[in-house]
Design a protein around this ligand. Structure first.
Ligand SMILES: NC(=O)c1ccc[n+]([C@@H]2O[C@H](COP(=O)([O-])OP(=O)(O)OC[C@H]3O[C@@H](n4cnc5c(N)ncnc54)[C@H](OP(=O)(O)O)[C@@H]3O)[C@@H](O)[C@H]2O)c1
Length: 234
């Protein structure tokens, strides 16, 4: 079962939301009028992170902070932004708190740097990708979407529009559509539905390439896909 794409306003819980990737998404979605819960292993850290975003966006910002399991229980749209090294154990711990029918959007990149390897390389993942690992671990009625791997957290945490595409992969087309809608709320981001979750294997690898480009050229690289019919970008 999946969340209908024509959803009423519902909170987005960002699990591991205190890091640069989660904070950037939280900032952009709160600015777009979404209700966001920042999740953390420590409630205090989550509350402080939420307060810092409220400080930037203003008092009307709909954002709060909670410990990760409470955040999961309070939302049915979950955005996972944790290092690969902690992804599996965190999902296993949070599993009882994940609401039936939730969607989990996963941005995890299995970078080799997490185990002392090169930042511009990825680790082999038994399931094929971090997103497929997540899909194996969530409750059966939870849909996993892979997205936001190729967006610079530095740029997302800033004030300017971005200039990149977000490749969205899922075996649940409704969940993919909802994720595309959320991505399109961020100025300068253009979501593209790339089909099945298995394609996350490629998208996660692209991040390693972008990390290498950033190191070589001292930038914040993103990607744009060209040559598709207009409907693919809408
Ligand atoms: N940074 C980027 O530009 C970027 C872009 C695209 C995708 N990504 C991917 O998005 C994910 C998050 O990136 P990030 O740079 O924000 O990472 P990060 O700062 O290293 O971690 C994000 C948050 O995850 C929590 N965390 C750390 N280790 C954990 C563990 N072992 N178990 C559970 N939670 C843990 C921490 O929150 P608490 O301590 O508060 O719990 C931390 O603030 C990564 O998989 C990364 O590859 C990053």
């Amino acid at each position: 079962m999946s969340v209908p794409a024509d959803r009423p306003a519902r909170p987005i819980a960002i699990i591991g939301g205190t890091g640069p990737a989660g904070m950037g998404l939280a900032l952009r979605w709160v600015r777009a009028g979404e209700t966001v819960i920042v999740g953390s292993r420590e409630e205090n850290r989550a509350v402080q992170a939420a307060a810092s975003i409220k400080g930037r966006v203003g008092e009307t910002a709909r954002i709060s902070g909670m410990e990760n399991s409470a955040a999961c229980a309070a939302a049915d749209i979950l955005m996972l932004t944790v290092p690969f090294a902690g992804q599996a154990s965190l999902i296993k711990r949070l599993k009882p708190s994940i609401t039936a029918g939730s969607i989990l959007i996963d941005a995890t990149v299995p970078l080799a740097a997490e185990v002392g390897g090169r930042a511009s390389r990825t680790l082999g993942v038994w399931q094929g990708s971090a997103a497929e690992q997540a899909a194996e671990l969530v409750p059966k009625d939870v849909s996993v979407v892979a997205a936001f791997h190729n967006v610079s957290a530095d740029l997302m945490g800033g004030d300017n529009p971005l200039d990149c595409d977000v490749i969205v992969c899922s075996d649940d087309s409704d969940a993919a559509r909802l994720t595309c809608e959320l991505a399109a709320k961020i100025p300068g981001i253009r979501p593209i539905d790339a089909g099945k979750l298995e394609n996350a294997r490629i998208v996660e690898q692209i991040t390693a390439l972008l990390v290498g480009l950033n190191m070589r050229h001292k930038g914040h690289a993103g990607i744009r896909i060209t040559g598709l019919p207009p409907a693919a970008y809408s």
